[in-house]
Write a protein that binds this ligand. Structure first.
Ligand code: EPU
Length: 437
């Protein structure tokens, strides 16, 4: 009998066995963006008729969002990569704590349910252990007339008066920008946001809301104007390609060496990652929806990499690029400026023989000639992908546990990597033997 992951809602516990070093060659098809589909699923709550979403990844976070929608009274059906959401039965404004605690982006139901019912109740968000403050969401919504009350890990929000407003976000929070868009798309008043986040997934959310009849301008810029409308209809929409999944396979191929082709992706969304991989000596060609990367596997060291809000170098690709340069011919430096706890992968990478020193928000990597297999445990989603990358670059067998983090954001990673030639297999983790006395 296998064990279950309590932190992953009872998902069967597995580990990955990876034999390295591997070269990666072949083709991967990129899925729709996790960080687009999650806010867009929350946005379905605002619509008064069914929505059809194409290019939706089948990953654990999307399954959690669907479970939340169903628990609120919506119907959800998957046909391949298409999700059909019927929000006509939506009649609840409380998100079950069991579901809300599973992922950070459950907080997006705050804006969506406020828009629809003028009130929302949900547990404070969980998910990756990167730190979960939502003070910016709360402050901005309070300025627009929402009153909050917090008790025992739950929050209750009620819209007393829907005020017009000019909101200035002190830092470009992706989630706070999305919550404001969701909360204000319905209801007659005008809200201007300055200092908004400019991530492509926000423009995608705006694209969906506009397709459903919303009046929002400024997509892709840091100044957004939302003129609330009285109702939104259903919409059919295609989710944009996942730039972080794309960056993941590029970094894997760069670190392992080989020739990898990515299809259904958009290179324009990850220019800083492509630029850094070229600097590291990879040959990369890109056209409309395809990227081809060739790497010798022995990369050049990088000039310092500093994470930044879009269009800067994405924090979600920091761990991945760090893994790729572990065997580079020299040292590279990474400065993390977005999240505080985003070096959780470093102690695990060291078990493989990586030479990394961390001082505050800076990690210095000295390239080593060889990495060796080890037992590793992932603590967050992108860290998990980085550990997998480094395991494939290491000599001998590695064991990776904490897979529930990986599966929150990647569809069929094992199959994709096998198709590229990796020696990787997942096995059940047996339940511990218990003596009956
Ligand atoms: N922050 C606050 N207060 C707030 C909100 C954010 O201090 O009220 C801080 C955060 O602690 C963090 C920074 O602001 O230090 C940026 O947070 P942001 O709100 O922009 O991030 P998020 O909305 O929680 C999204 C993505 C993350 C991605 C970040 C940054 C989704 C579902 N998540 O998170 O993606 O890293 O933006 O781009 O869109 C992932 O996919 O693995 C992931 C973690």
């Amino acid at each position: 009998m296998g064990r279950n992951y309590p932190e992953c809602g009872g998902m069967k516990m597995k580990k990955l066995l990876v034999a390295g070093p591997t070269r990666l060659s072949g083709t991967v098809r990129i899925h729709g963006a996790k960080n687009s589909v999650l806010p867009i699923l929350a946005a379905c709550c605002l619509c008064c008729s069914p929505c059809v979403l194409h290019n939706c990844p089948d990953i654990a976070d999307v399954r959690t969002a669907l479970a939340i929608l169903e628990s609120l009274g919506c119907k959800a059906r998957r046909e391949g990569s298409t999700l059909c959401i019927d929000p006509t039965g939506l009649d609840r404004h409380c998100v079950e704590p069991r579901l809300a605690g599973k992922m950070r982006s459950s907080v997006l139901f705050l804006g969506a349910l406020l828009a629809r019912f003028s009130q929302a109740e949900l547990a404070l968000p969980g998910g990756c252990p990167l730190g979960d403050p939502i003070d910016l969401h709360v402050k901005a919504l309070s300025q627009l007339g929402v009153r909050f009350c917090f008790e025992e890990g739950r929050m209750r929000a009620v819209w007393h008066k829907r005020l017009d407003g000019d909101i200035r976000l002190p830092l470009p929070s992706v989630g706070a920008t999305e919550n404001l868009l969701l909360a204000c798309a319905l209801g007659k008043r005008t809200v201007n946001i300055t200092g908004a986040a400019r991530e492509p997934e926000i423009a995608d959310l705006i694209g969906f809301l506009r397709a459903a009849g919303a009046d929002i301008s400024g997509a892709g810029t840091s100044s957004l104007q939302i003129c609330g409308v009285s109702r939104l209809h259903g919409a059919t929409y295609t989710i944009l390609p996942d730039r972080i999944e794309t960056a993941t396979y590029l970094c894997m191929a760069a670190g392992c060496g080989g020739e990898t082709e990515l299809l259904r992706c958009d290179a324009r969304l990850l220019l800083p990652v492509i630029e850094r991989l070229r600097e590291a000596g990879c040959e990369i060609s890109a056209d409309a929806d395809r990227i081809v990367l060739r790497s010798s596997g022995r990369l050049l060291p990088l000039l310092p990499v500093s994470t930044a809000p879009y269009p800067g170098f994405p924090t979600d690709a920091q761990a991945l690029l760090m893994a790729a340069v572990l065997k580079a011919a020299g040292g590279s430096e990474f400065r993390e400026t977005i999240f505080e706890r985003r070096f959780l992968h470093v102690p695990e990478l060291r078990k493989l023989g990586a030479d990394i020193q961390v001082a505050g928000s800076t990690a210095r990597v000295r390239g080593v000639r060889q990495l060796h297999g080890a037992k590793l445990r992932a603590e967050d989603l992108r860290g998990a992908a980085a550990l997998l990358t480094a395991s494939m670059m290491a000599e001998g067998e590695s064991e990776l546990t904490g897979l529930c983090h990986l599966l929150r954001g990647y569809e069929k990673p094992e199959q994709n990597l096998k198709n590229l030639g990796a020696s990787i297999k997942s096995v059940d983790i047996p339940a511990p033997f218990v003596y009956n006395t």
